[in-house]
Design a protein around this ligand. Structure first.
Ligand SMILES: *[C@@H]1O[C@H](CO)[C@@H](O)[C@H](O)[C@H]1NC(C)=O
Ligand SMILES: *[C@@H]1O[C@H](CO)[C@@H](O)[C@H](O)[C@H]1NC(C)=O
Ligand SMILES: *[C@@H]1O[C@H](CO)[C@@H](O)[C@H](O)[C@H]1NC(C)=O
Ligand SMILES: *[C@@H]1O[C@H](CO)[C@@H](O)[C@H](O)[C@H]1NC(C)=O
Ligand SMILES: *[C@@H]1O[C@H](CO)[C@@H](O)[C@H](O)[C@H]1NC(C)=O
Ligand SMILES: *[C@@H]1O[C@H](CO)[C@@H](O)[C@H](O)[C@H]1NC(C)=O
Ligand SMILES: *[C@@H]1O[C@H](CO)[C@@H](O)[C@H](O)[C@H]1NC(C)=O
Length: 714
């Protein structure tokens, strides 16, 4: 199971790599007015899909646990006028859930929902949320994976089933060939709604959940996003693609030998909450190991959040669920998928870059990005040439075969022209070039990407490109080089704010730090600013801390061998949910079991055994200490000793007890306590956030928990 978790971890940060599908909620019209019962037509117009949560049926009524029994129980909640007519009642029911939730989706009028509230066993209902697609991905990603591929110490995901909820899939893509992929494990019970021959040992399941049980049709991906997420997670090896690092010449997803099960829940118009739940419900029964969702809406409490509820049902069955955090821009508290039982992955583009700076012969520097960060690239100036110097458009775009000999030069290529960014670098390399500066077209503005280029490169914005071209024109011997600076968080002006400004804090649970990790390939857990906050230092992370040797990227075998884990079980969330002050019935919607919070020792949010800390310092509490414990489990060598390395957040005091963790057995657990207190200066400088980390270091492992502090009402 641990391996699966880390596999999921790997897959998921990749999902944030170059695209983001961000969905914001269009909450269904909540202003529906209660009107007297009208004629049938009007009534139908007034109908919308509601998600209805109910209690589990009392066992004595149900001798078997068959789906029919559960469905008939759900039907008892439908209005009697409808229930009496079989013909009318069938279309009302859109989805009946049986695994991850107790409840159903049905077409109802507000009056009918109101009437339902009095029925025994009813818990709650809300209009289905529609999560519209706001894609920001570029269309040319298909066929080119972000190329991590082979990783040591893994079995390439063999035997693991990854369920992807998205826009469907283009099954003919070479990434979904099953060459070298073993048949699915015997537990697999899913279905393929494509033509029989299309599914194979790679693509083992494909279903369409849109619009309930009546529609259907094969889950073809008209939009493109689902094909990308699926191939990034588990695309097979595709020979002849250009990627960097050790997988030279071969592209693949993170888990090339894993199986894929596709659940179509989105179209260009969006993703319906009821369909998402139905897909989660089915995926759990089908036998997936990992669920991946690159969609989500604005914050709602967990008991009214279909994804959070469905995900809880999934983790109860040991399935790992990861979701995108949303690409929310520079706004606080704009995060999707905040539940702590979900791995929330930020696709950071706002305040984090993997920096590669173009340095010109005149001394000017222009910051750009590249995921490929060669360590040994000389800062010696190279001759700079414009790819389009021959006047040909195709050369300006560095199209395949368009360049003449550019031996040893640094070549400036234009973005666009239907040529994938990485392919441009491949052409420069083919023509003998030593490096590439990729410049945006005016329409691209300053939006750059950290790509896994095949040679030293930097991708700069439009304005920088214009200036570099002007320099090219201004001298007879233009020269340039690239300075690789690794991951940089923040813009240097307000480093305390920027590292998590664009996404957190979580609204639904401020005491949990979200997102859990940010892409591409940089997890918050592994990468945190190490600067001291005295304004002189920069907040550059040392590339060596983040990137693996050679690949210039996270070290997969390290992630596969973490040393210590924070092991949280489904039942551990009950005291946490009680601590959120949810009612027993609200918690029951999530857990599907009766919970009595007055018999539970509730915990504050920050006390959940989470691998990070989100501390809130209120004005009344600034002099008080807050204490939280964490329990870590040794999954490394039996005899392991970990020493504390603490980076105390600015304006805070901290202590940790004990400061040494001495393990003598595998799976041994040790609990430590962290004390946090605000100093007098806290919050008085107008900076409402601070950050730091707590790290356990042994001779083989380093386990880092980020700490965020919010100075509330200061
Ligand atoms: C299914 O496969 C058959 C035989 O290859 C083909 O004739 C038919 O068009 C396919 N149908 C669809 C919907 O792809
Ligand atoms: C990639 O493969 C090509 C052809 O096999 C080889 O010439 C090149 O040196 C390789 N590049 C790297 C970075 O290994
Ligand atoms: C550079 O010179 C060329 C030809 O003289 C001209 O077309 C181009 O606009 C110039 N570029 C810039 C950025 O000045
Ligand atoms: C502050 O910055 C200076 C200059 O970089 C450095 O020498 C010093 O150690 C930093 N830290 C503190 C806590 O002053
Ligand atoms: C829950 O209620 C308690 C008691 O009123 C309060 O101290 C606590 O802050 C509340 N928790 C949350 C998450 O609102
Ligand atoms: C919950 O537990 C309390 C304390 O034991 C008890 O008084 C109460 O009746 C219980 N509530 C329910 C709904 O069982
Ligand atoms: C761990 O250390 C103890 C005492 O130092 C020793 O007895 C034991 O054999 C060691 N266990 C392993 C697996 O090395």
């Amino acid at each position: 199971m641990e391996n699966k978790k880390f596999l999921a971890f790997q897959i998921i940060y990749l999902l944030g790599l170059s695209f983001m599908l961000y969905l914001s909620i269009a909450v269904a019209n909540e202003e529906a007015v209660l009107e007297p019962l009208a004629e049938t037509n009007e009534e139908q117009n007034n109908m919308q899909t509601y998600i209805v949560w109910v209690k589990k049926p009392v066992q004595k009524y149900f001798f078997s646990k068959s789906h029919e029994d559960l469905e008939s129980w759900y039907h008892t909640f439908l209005p009697t006028t409808i229930a009496s007519s079989n013909q009318l009642k069938k279309p009302r029911m859109v989805h009946a859930y049986r695994n991850v939730a107790t409840g159903f989706a049905a077409k109802l009028t507000p009056e009918e929902v109101k009437a339902m509230e009095n029925k025994e066993g009813f818990l709650s209902a809300h209009p289905e949320q529609i999560l519209p697609l706001h894609t920001t991905h570029s269309p040319n990603f298909l066929g080119l994976h972000q190329g991590l591929g082979v990783w040591k110490g893994s079995n390439y995901g063999e035997g693991v089933i990854i369920g992807v909820l998205d826009t469907g899939i283009s099954p003919d893509h070479p990434s979904f060939s099953d060459e070298g992929v073993a048949p699915p494990p015997a537990k697999w019970k899913g279905k393929c709604d494509f033509n029989g021959t299309v599914c194979n040992n790679k693509l083992i399941g494909a279903r369409n959940f849109q619009g309930g049980q009546t529609t259907g049709g094969p889950p073809v991906d008209d939009e493109g996003h689902g094909t990308h997420t699926s191939s990034t997670a588990a695309g097979n090896f595709v020979k002849g693609a250009n990627v960097f690092g050790m997988a030279n010449g071969t592209a693949s997803g993170m888990a090339p030998y894993a199986h894929l099960a596709i659940y179509k829940v989105c179209s260009e118009e969006g993703c319906a909450e009821g369909d998402i739940l139905a897909a989660l419900d089915t995926a759990v029964e089908d036998g997936v190991d990992v669920l991946s969702l690159s969609l989500g809406g604005a914050s709602v409490p967990f008991y009214a959040d279909g994804i959070a509820i469905g995900a809880f049902g999934a983790i109860q069955k040991g399935i790992f669920v990861s979701c995108s955090a949303g690409n929310s821009g520079p706004f606080y508290a704009s995060l999707a998928n905040e539940a702590p039982w979900i791995l929330t992955v930020g696709a950071s583009t706002i305040d984090r870059s993997i920096k590669a700076t173009a340095l010109l012969g005149n001394g000017a520097e222009y910051d750009g990005e590249s995921l490929f960060q060669p360590k040994d690239f000389s800062s010696k100036l190279l001759p700079l040439v414009y790819a389009g110097a021959n006047g040909k458009q195709s050369s300006a775009f560095c199209d395949a075969g368009s360049l003449g000999n550019v031996e040893g030069a640094i070549v400036l290529c234009e973005r666009g022209g239907g040529v994938a960014r990485i392919d441009k670098g491949a052409e420069v390399k083919r023509a003998g070039g030593a490096a590439m500066i990729l410049v945006n077209a005016e329409t691209d503005g300053d939006s750059t990407l950290a790509d896994p280029h095949v040679l030293p490169a930097t991708h700069v914005g439009y304005v920088a490109g214009v200036k570099i071209k002007a320099y090219l024109n201004s001298t007879s011997s233009p020269a340039a080089t690239i300075l690789f600076k690794g991951t940089v968080i923040g813009d240097g002006l307000a480093p305390k704010i920027t590292s998590f400004s664009s996404r957190g804090p979580s609204i639904a649970s401020t005491g949990i730090l979200k997102p859990d990790i940010i892409g591409p390939g940089v997890s918050i857990l592994a990468a945190w600013p190490v600067s001291v906050d005295n304004g002189t230092e920069d907040e550059t992370l040392k590339p060596a801390d983040i990137f693996a040797t050679g690949a210039g990227h996270v070290n997969p075998s390290k992630a596969n061998d973490p040393g210590l884990i924070y092991d949280t079980k489904p039942e551990d969330y009950i005291p946490y949910l009680c601590g959120l002050n949810y009612t027993d019935e609200q918690i029951q919607v999530i857990t599907q079991q009766r919970v009595n919070c007055s018999q539970v020792e509730a915990i504050p949010e920050a006390q959940l055994n989470y691998p990070s800390f989100s501390i809130i310092v209120g004005s009344s509490e600034d002099s008080k200490s807050q204490y939280y414990t964490r329990t870590v489990k040794n999954v490394g060598p039996a005899n392991s000793t970990y020493n504390l390395d603490l980076f105390v957040p600015r304006n805070m005091g901290m202590s940790v007890n004990p400061e040494v963790l001495k393990f003598t057995e595998v799976n041994q657990e040790i609990t430590f306590e962290a004390e946090f207190f605000a100093e007098d200066s806290a919050g008085k400088d107008g900076v409402p956030f601070a950050q730091g980390y707590l790290r356990w270091v042994s001779d083989q492992h380093s386990v880092t928990s980020p700490i965020s502090v919010i100075f509330a009402s200061k």
